[in-house]
Design a protein around this ligand. Structure first.
Ligand SMILES: [Zn+2]
Length: 83
């Protein structure tokens, strides 16, 4: 039996190159808000996100802006006529 233990150096670099950008949680588009912005609207899907800055270079999505989120949802629900 041969034990070929080939540990090829997996070049699995941490995919941490997305500094200055995050992904829209709705459409997954890469967004790069202006530095220091606390709100950012995705130009693609119109969802508005609250932005937190981990470091001055690294924005993170904190969550949706509920008011705009609800507006969008209500617009969607209006289609269904749900009550
Ligand atoms: Zn989006």
């Amino acid at each position: 039996m041969t034990t070929a233990k080939e540990s090829s150096s997996t070049q699995k670099r941490a995919i941490h190159r997305t500094t200055g950008a995050f992904r829209c949680l709705s459409c997954f588009k890469h967004l790069s808000p202006p530095k220091g912005a606390t709100l950012y609207t995705c130009p693609k899907c119109d969802y508005e996100w609250r932005v937190a800055w981990f470091t001055p270079e690294e924005p993170r999505i904190r969550g949706p802006v509920w008011e705009s989120y609800e507006k969008l949802n209500q617009a969607k629900m209006a289609d269904k006529g749900e009550k």
